[in-house]
Every structure is written in structure tokens, then in C-alpha cells.
Design a protein around this ligand. Structure first.
Ligand code: GTP
Ligand code: 5AD
Ligand code: SF4
Ligand code: SF4
Length: 355
């Protein structure tokens, strides 16, 4: 069956992929599928300058209508099929996942699948939702926090949220039993790189793990320039000058963060060098968009529609075969091939597909 084609979002299916035969599923570069990232909404209460610049995502921006987005039951069904194909980790993302109503209900549907179940959030709405999420079976949490300095943070989220709203969310997560938390900071030169050492200092000794992310050319609205990127090697050097660091082995193959620990035993940090040290070789991530399209890369220009099949009354086997076919045909390694030209391509937005 031909797939529906929607520019930028949905493309044609690979035509000659063999049906799933139970053998280990590998893409064209021999990579297994392990990690499913589910975007539950394309909306967000922040307007981070590097992700949803306000001049693009303004009052006239057309977010997905309700009828276009997958229901929790549909998401859970797809997730179950993914687990049968070898997925071990499920991450809920957005936009901001906590703006989707009753998210804990989705968590409750996913928890019994047995995969590692985690969530990436901006933290601002966490305090009032975390108990329900925890009760529903959420196991881990990643909170984005780009600065501890209020003026810098407000300028970056461009929605006037104070740092305190995120810190409150992190505290609530700890109280709910979700510690340690991972804290993600996207570093943009000249904007928040003066906060690198402060972030390290603030979270040292707490058990939480800060990860410093290189600013990436995702989407086509953030005006990315290589000059804006602070290489992870520089981050490690700058922190190491104040708090000596040593490298740590990865927790698992394909981990995106490179781990470093403080020599004085005060815990660890991570750096995510997706621009200067691409990690495509072990990339085992598939992404499911809010409207039910599969994306084989964060930098994809097109996705593969699954929603039509889901809503056609097709059995799980057919869903599984389609997912397997998309994975088998996958050859993405965008970050290894990045150039100034590819950076200018029209790619899927991070707010649409999640982090
Ligand atoms: P753990 O499950 O805790 O190990 O989390 P993770 O390492 O998968 O990290 P997380 O999902 O928080 O990803 C951190 C950041 O890394 C994301 O927000 C992205 O900026 C970046 N990232 C994650 N996956 C990819 C990827 O496949 N490609 C690229 N280029 N960047 C990625
Ligand atoms: N570069 C790097 N990371 C980004 N994120 C969003 N946009 C970018 C970008 N351009 C991160 C957020 C959050 C996660 C959802 O993705 O900071 O941690
Ligand atoms: Fe929202 Fe996260 Fe994008 Fe910021 S980075 S605008 S919090 S989705
Ligand atoms: Fe995976 Fe694409 Fe990121 Fe490379 S650029 S690690 S293929 S998502």
C-alpha cells in the first residue's frame, strides 16, 4: 500500500522491504532498534530561541488539530509493537509533553510494556503533575534547564518563565522518588555559555547529572550557525579547570552522552557532542510524531505515515511489518555528513518530533 505523502512530514515507504521474519532487526548500517521516542504534542508553553522562535511560532502558527493526533490508545498500541521488535527504552517528548492533557494516563498504558520509561520536559509544569506520573509508572526523568541566571533563562525560553519554576519541578520529582534527574542544558555561544561552570557547581554533589548539549541545526527556523556551537571538548576543559574531571565508560552502546566524573567524587556530568563528534554509528533511535509518522533521524526531511494503517483496521502484524520495513531501509547518519549546505535544508522541527 502506498503511503500518504505530506511535505516535510510524511514520505513514501521503502518499497521492497521484506516482511518481518523474526530475525534480529537491523538497518542498512547494521544498527538494531532499541529506543523509541514518542512526541505527544507539537505544542509548548516555552518559546526557546533555539527551538521555537517566537517570530515563527506565533499566534498564527498552525499546530496540529486534535483529530490529527494519535490517541493514547493508538500510541500504546504502536509502542507495544515496537517492544515486540526489540525496543528497550521509551521516551516521551513533545513539544512539551506535560501540556498534553492527562499524560499520566498514557504513562499508565505504557508502563506494563516493560521498557525503560522516561520523559523529557522543560520542568515548568512538573510540580503539579509528577505524583500522578510517578504513580502511573514513570521511571526516570530528564529536565531541560539552560541557565540558572533568571534573566538569561527568561531570555532563552522567551515566555517569561523563571528558573524557580523549573527548580520547583526538579524538587518535586525528587520528593516523588524520581532522583537522580538528568538535567539538559543546550549551550549557545554568547547566550548562555557563561553559565557552564555555574551549572556544574550547582549540581555537583546532588546526584543529578547535568548534560551539556551542543546547539544543533535541527529544523529550519532557528538560524543555526556553526559559530554558535560551543564544542563539548571546550565545555569539558572549562569545567575541568575548576573541578578536575576524568572520563567514564558509557553505560550502554549508543549512549549519546559522553560521561565525565569529578575526580573528587562529587558525581558526574555528560556532554552531548552531536555536532563535533557525531554518534550516528550506534544510533538505535526511532521517533514517532504526534500525528503518527515514523522518523528515522532527528534531522529527517520526511517521515513515514503509520496513522493511516493504524486507522485502517490493520492487525498488529501489519503495523509491525511496516515499522520493520522502515527500519530495515534506514541509512541515516546526518550528523556525520553535516555541512553548511545540509544545515540549510528544510528539516523536521525539534518541537514537532521531540529531543
Ligand atoms: P538516557 O536514556 O538518560 O541515556 O537519555 P539520552 O542520553 O537518550 O538523552 P536524551 O534523550 O535526554 O537526549 C539528550 C539530547 O541529546 C537530546 O535533547 C538531543 O539534543 C540529543 N540527542 C538525543 N538523541 C539524538 C540523536 O539521535 N541524534 C542527535 N543528533 N542528537 C540527539
Ligand atoms: N540543539 C540542541 N538541543 C536542542 N533541544 C531543542 N532544540 C535543540 C537544538 N537546536 C533540546 C532541548 C531539550 C530537548 C527536548 O532538546 O533543550 O533538552
Ligand atoms: Fe519547548 Fe523544549 Fe522546544 Fe524549549 S526546547 S521550546 S521547552 S520543546
Ligand atoms: Fe541518529 Fe540522525 Fe542523530 Fe545520527 S543525526 S545520531 S542518525 S538521529
Amino acid at each position: 500500500m502506498a503511503e500518504k505523502v505530506i511535505p516535510i512530514r510524511v514520505a513514501g515507504a521503502p518499497e521492497s522491504a521484506a516482511p518481518w521474519d523474526g530475525a534480529a532487526l537491523r538497518d542498512t548500517l547494521g544498527r538494531p532498534i532499541r529506543d523509541l521516542r514518542i512526541s505527544v504534542t507539537d505544542r509548548c508553553n516555552f518559546r526557546c530561541v533555539y527551538c521555537m522562535p517566537r517570530k515563527v511560532f506565533d499566534a498564527n502558527y498552525r499546530f496540529l488539530p486534535h483529530a490529527a493526533i494519535l490517541s493514547f490508545e493508538e500510541i500504546a498500541r504502536v509502542a507495544r509493537v515496537f517492544v515486540s521488535l526489540g525496543v528497550k527504552k521509551i521516551r516521551l517528548t513533545g513539544g512539551e509533553p506535560l501540556v498534553r492533557k492527562d499524560l499520566a494516563k498514557l504513562v499508565a498504558l505504557l508502563a506494563p510494556l516493560g521498557a525503560d520509561l522516561t520523559l523529557t520536559t522543560n520542568g515548568s509544569l512538573l510540580a503539579r503533575q509528577i505524583s500522578a506520573l510517578r504513580r502511573a509508572g514513570l521511571q526516570r526523568l530528564t529536565v531541560s534547564l539552560d541557565s540558572l541566571d533568571d534573566a538569561t533563562f527568561r531570555a532563552m525560553n522567551d515566555a517569561d518563565y523563571p528558573v524557580a519554576s523549573v527548580l520547583e519541578g526538579i524538587e518535586a520529582a525528587v520528593a516523588a522518588g524520581l532522583a537522580p534527574v538528568k538535567i539538559n542544558m543546550v549551550v549557545k555561544r554568547g547566550v548562555n555559555d557563561h553559565q557552564i561552570a555555574d551549572m556544574a557547581r550547582r549540581w555537583r554533589g546532588t546526584g543529578h547529572i547535568v548534560r551539556f548539549i551542543e546547539y544543533m541545526d535541527v529544523g529550519s527556523t532557528n538560524g543555526w550557525r556553526m559559530d554558535d556551537v560551543v564544542p563539548s571538548a571546550e565545555v569539558v576543559r572549562r569545567i575541568g579547570e575548576q573541578f578536575p574531571l576524568e572520563p567514564v565508560e558509557p553505560n550502554y552502546t549508543g549512549e549519546v552522552a559522553e560521561r565525565w566524573r569529578y575526580r573528587d567524587g562529587a558525581g558526574e556530568i555528560g556532554v552531548i557532542a552531536s555536532v563535533t563528534q557525531a554518534f550516528c554509528r550506534d544510533c538505535n533511535r526511532m521517533r514517532l510524531s504526534t500525528e503518527g509518522a515514523l522518523y528515522t533521524c532527528l534531522f529527517a526531511q520526511t517521515g513515514h505515515d503509520l496513522k493511516a494503517l493504524l486507522r485502517s483496521g490493520a492487525p498488529d502484524d501489519a503495523i509491525r511489518d511496516r515499522i520493520a520495513a522502515v527500519w530495515r531501509a534506514r541509512g541515516d547518519r546526518y550528523s556525520e555528513l553535516r555541512t553548511a549546505e545540509t544545515a540549510r535544508l528544510r528539516k523536521v522541527e525539534m518541537s514537532y518530533i521531540g529531543g
